[in-house]
Design a protein around this ligand. Structure first.
Ligand SMILES: Cc1cc2nc3c(=O)[nH]c(=O)nc-3n(C[C@H](O)[C@H](O)[C@H](O)COP(=O)(O)OP(=O)(O)OC[C@H]3O[C@@H](n4cnc5c(N)ncnc54)[C@H](O)[C@@H]3O)c2cc1C
Length: 462
């Protein structure tokens, strides 16, 4: 049991939280509540973290009360939407978690092309609702990720090269600041805050609403392809993605094949190349022809509604592991044979389930200036994430050792994507935010959260 969660400290916390309990009733959960354990579970497993309480807020006013009560009681605060961040920001030991999942409203205004998502909406729910009207905003590849979480860090997904990152499609937001004020952030109102929210994460306030640009995206050509793990195949696949038209987005995983129903038994647990692809325009067959020429083991790429790419249950929560990221090359550069061999060898030598996730950047992502948003990594050719899982907490150091050595072998250290970082040190913060971006983020932090209430994240220190 952590020092913060002994019975006597918990009763002190309960007393301090009484004004919030009076407002939220049974939506304020303490560890004694039956629903607490489930509500305190996030997507990624790890060392126990027990919040003093979880506030299942529904309104900006409730959030303001929760923030005031937490600050009066000296409790740290965490904010949770989808609960998917690998660094488990959504749980704070001995603190107050603001769980936004009851704020799950989506409004779609097709006439003005704006989708409005409350702070706890999940990407799959938004994508399905928009898909029913032939519309989409690009998020990532997984429906259970929170719209707010992915947007605040950047948002690299199936539509990024065609339509930009999710941050490039954020038109405005409503934010509850640490002092309880509710403000609008967009190009005209609080533009400095608007700039910081587009990549700077949960450092500035609680986002209760995001206004996102909707695009007409009905049917796409997309799905999964899998190949044997040869150097030539990996080089060809990555070159096809880097050189391809803006329409092509997605990712390639060099991974140990999962025990999924569509994976033939003899391949499970063996290294494979697996791509998840999306092409929203005409000419997909021509674009994908070089990939089909590699004689895939599985070819599930087909025409389907865009929202269909987010279906199918998604990954299982609860895994324990480590995740590191970096960026490679610029423009249409693509990795050579030596790099591809290193990637395949690293995965083949991994001590447990592992994947190297490689995503083409470029296209619309690269047409935005590095200083236009707090997501500054605009020129790399690829984003790479290295993930290693462990069977238990005891096995975590082994997985971490593997991710560190794989990241070094792939030359991806030094710059990183904040949404795919398993640790949250100040070195990670510097890797996510190059010098001038970090300087500007700190200025905004000093203006909007000078006492660093929102610290349970990749923390921009005031
Ligand atoms: C299975 C899986 C697939 C993924 N796929 C992709 C992908 O394709 N592309 C991609 O770019 N990323 C992807 N990610 C990474 C994902 O974008 C980040 O983990 C993201 O931070 C998750 O957001 P969340 O709301 O689910 O998580 P949470 O852990 O709830 O929140 C993450 C961070 O955002 C802050 N936050 C959340 N909501 C708010 C809010 N309303 N106001 C203020 N701060 C808030 C939290 O405080 C925390 O710091 C994936 C992650 C997983 C686990």
């Amino acid at each position: 049991m952590s020092a913060q969660s002994t019975p006597s400290t918990q009763s002190t916390h309960d007393a301090a939280l009484a004004p919030l309990a009076a407002e939220l009733g049974d939506r304020l959960l303490t560890p004694a509540a039956a629903a607490f354990a489930d509500t305190a579970t996030v997507f990624v497993g790890g060392p126990p973290r027990t919040p003093a309480a979880i506030a299942r807020v529904r309104t900006a006013a409730e959030i303001a009360t929760a923030l005031a009560v937490a600050q009066d009681a000296g409790l740290p605060v965490a904010v949770r939407a989808g609960g998917h961040h690998q660094a488990r920001h959504a749980l704070v030991d001995g603190g107050l978690v603001l769980d936004l999942r009851l704020m799950d409203g989506v409004e779609l205004d097709a006439a003005s092309g704006v989708g409005r998502a409350q702070g706890g909406v999940l990407a799959g729910a938004y994508t399905e609702a928009a898909g029913e009207r032939g519309l989409a905003t690009g998020f990532g590849d997984t429906g259970s990720v929170g719209v707010a979480g992915i947007t605040l860090g950047g948002g690299i997904g199936y539509l990024s090269r065609r339509l930009g990152l999710t941050v490039d499609n954020l038109l405005g937001a409503e934010v509850v600041l640490a002092d309880g004020r509710v403000v609008r952030a967009d190009a005209d109102e609080n533009p400095d805050l608007f700039w910081a929210l587009r990549g700077g994460g949960g450092n500035f306030g609680v986002v209760t609403r995001l206004d996102l640009r909707l695009h007409e995206v009905a049917t796409v050509t997309g799905g999964m392809m899998m190949w044997r793990p040869t150097t030539d195949a990996l080089v060809t696949i990555l070159r096809t993605l880097a050189d391809g038209p803006d329409e092509i987005s997605g990712m390639v995983n060099v991974m140990l094949a999962p025990p999924a129903p569509m994976v033939p038994e003899e391949l499970r647990g063996k290294p494979v190349l697996m791509a998840l692809l999306c092409h929203p325009g005409a000419g997909a067959d021509e674009t994908f022809a070089p990939l089909r020429a590699l004689d895939p083991l599985l070819d599930g790429v087909t025409e389907l509604p865009y929202a269909g790419l987010f279906g199918g249950g998604g990954p299982q929560p609860g895994g324990i592991g480590d995740l590191r990221t970096g960026f490679l090359g610029t423009g249409t550069w693509s990795p050579d044979e030596a790099w591809a061999t290193a990637a395949i060898e690293a995965v083949s030598a991994s001590p447990g389930p592992a994947a190297i996730n490689i995503r083409p950047m470029g296209g619309a992502i690269a047409r935005v200036d590095a200083d236009a948003t707090a997501f500054a990594h605009r020129d790399p050719a690829f984003m790479v994430a290295v993930g290693g899982n462990a069977p238990s907490l005891e096995g975590l150091p082994v997985a971490q050792e593997w991710t560190a050595s794989a990241a070094a072998a792939l030359g991806i250290e030094g710059r990183g994507y904040v949404n795919f970082m398993g640790t949250a040190t100040q070195d990670d913060v510097r890797a996510a935010y190059p010098g001038p971006t970090l300087t500007r983020l700190r200025e905004v932090k000093r203006a909007y959260d000078p006492t660093n209430v929102f610290a349970a994240t990749h923390n921009i220190r005031p």
